[in-house]
Ligand binder design. Sequence first.
Ligand code: FCB
Length: 479
Amino acid sequence: MPAIKSLPESFQWGYATASYQIEGSPDADGKGPSIWDTHTHKPNITIDGLTGDTATESYKLWREDIALLKSYGVTAHRFSLSWSRIIPEGSRHSRVNQAGIDYYRNYIQELLKNGIRPYVTLYHWDLPDALDKSYEGWLNKEEIVQDFVYYAETCFAAFGDLVRDWITLNEPWCVANLGYGTGVNAPGRSSDRKRCPTGDSKKEPWIVIHNQILAHAYAVEAYNKTFREAQGGQIGVSLDSFWFIPYDDEPENVAAAQRAMDFRLGLLADPIYKGAYPSSMKKILGDRLPDFTPEEVEVLRASSSDFFGLNTYTTMFVKDGGVSDVLGVVTNTFTGKDGGVIGRESHVGWMRDSFASLPTTLRLTAWTQRYQKPIFVTENGFPAKGENDKPFEEAIKDADRVAYFRGYVNAMLDASVEDGVDVRGYFAWTLLDNFEWADGYTTRFGCTYVDFKTQKRTPKDSAIFLNDVSFGLISLQAF
Ligand code: FCB
C-alpha cells in the first residue's frame, strides 16, 4: 500500500466570496455607491442586463450563508469588505459609517462562533464611487494610496481583535486591465470610444497597476507599524495568473512564455515580493511603466507580504509575437502544436479545465522558489458549461465541476507532498452561484445552486465532494 498523502494538520479549507457579487442591498444602513453600482446601471454592461442590486441577498441572508459554510465543514472563509459600507465616500477626510462596521463585526463573530477562521480581503474591486468621481480613483497616486491606507487602518482597528488573516487587494491585474484597458469592468475606461467615453488603454492600466502596488505596500507598512505586534496576524495579497506554457521548444516561444508570466504575474509579484518590475516589462513598455521613487522602493522592500495568495483557474500555450503589448507581445492559445486542446470546455471563453497535475505542480513549485513565501490558493473554481440553462435537478449534479476540483486539489496535494511546496490553504471559488461581473447571472461558479427568484440555496455535488475531501473522507490519491 502506498503511504497516504496528506496535507498539513493546520491546512485551511474554505470558500471565497466577494462583497459586490453576493451582498445586494446597495444602499442599506448608510452604504455609499461603489464603482460597480454605478457601472452596472449604465446600459449594455452585463450580458443579461442585470446588476448586483440583489445578487444573492447575502447582506440579509448572511446567517444562512454561514450556517451553510458550517454544514460544508470548512475551517476558514475568505470574503471581502465593501469599502463604501465602511466609509461611504471612501476618503480619509470623510465619515466612517458605524453601521457598516457593526455589520461586518457581527458577521466575523458569527464565523468565529462556528469555528470558521475569517480571511478578510479589503478590496475586491468595489471602489467607493465618490473616489472615482472626485479624483479618478486608482489613477491618482497621491490620493488613492493615502485613502486606501486610511481605509485599511480603519479595518485593522475595527476588526483586528478578531481577524488574523488579511488580504489587501484581489487581482490587481484584472482591476487595471479590465477596468482601464478593455473597460469591461468598472469603472469602464478604455480607448474604445464606441464603448467608453473616457480612458487610454495604452497608458492607464500601467498607472493603475503601479498605484495598487503602492497602496498594498503602504497598507502593509501601516499594519507592521501599528497593528502587527498587538494583533499578531499576517497579511498578503491575492494575485491571479494563468499558467503559460511554451507552444513548443523553439527558444523564442520558451522566452515568450516567461515573458507572458512576467506580464501577468511578475508585474505585481516581483515588486511586491522582490522590490522591482521584471526587466522584460521595462524593455517593452518603456516610459509607460512608471518608476518607483527611492522612498517607494524602500517601502516595497520593507513591506514584503507574509504569504502569496494565488488565484488560479487555467493554463494556456504561448507563442512569440502578437499585436498587443498588454500580455507581453505574445499569442495565447488553448490548442497545442499537435492539435490537442487543453482540458474540458467551461462556460466562459477565458478558461478551460486544465487539471493535468503537472502544470499546477510546476506552477506552485516555481512560484515558491521565485518568491519564497507560503502559498494560499485563494481562488480556484469552474463554471460548468451550460449550467444556467439546465433544469435544477441536472444543474446540481455538477460532475464537470467535481472533476475540476479533483484534478486541481490532487495537483496541489502532489505539489505539497512530493515537491515540498508550502501550501497552507485552499479556497474554492465559490460558495454560491452569484453575480459574475459582466456576465451577470449567466455564468454559475457556485458549489451551491442559487434560485435567483426565491434565493433558495441547494448544495451541488461539488460542495459535497469538497466537504468529503477536506474531512479526509475521500483520499485524493485514490483518483
Ligand atoms: C476572479 C475574481 C472573482 C470571480 C472569479 C471567477 O477573477 O476574483 O471575483 O469573478 O474570477
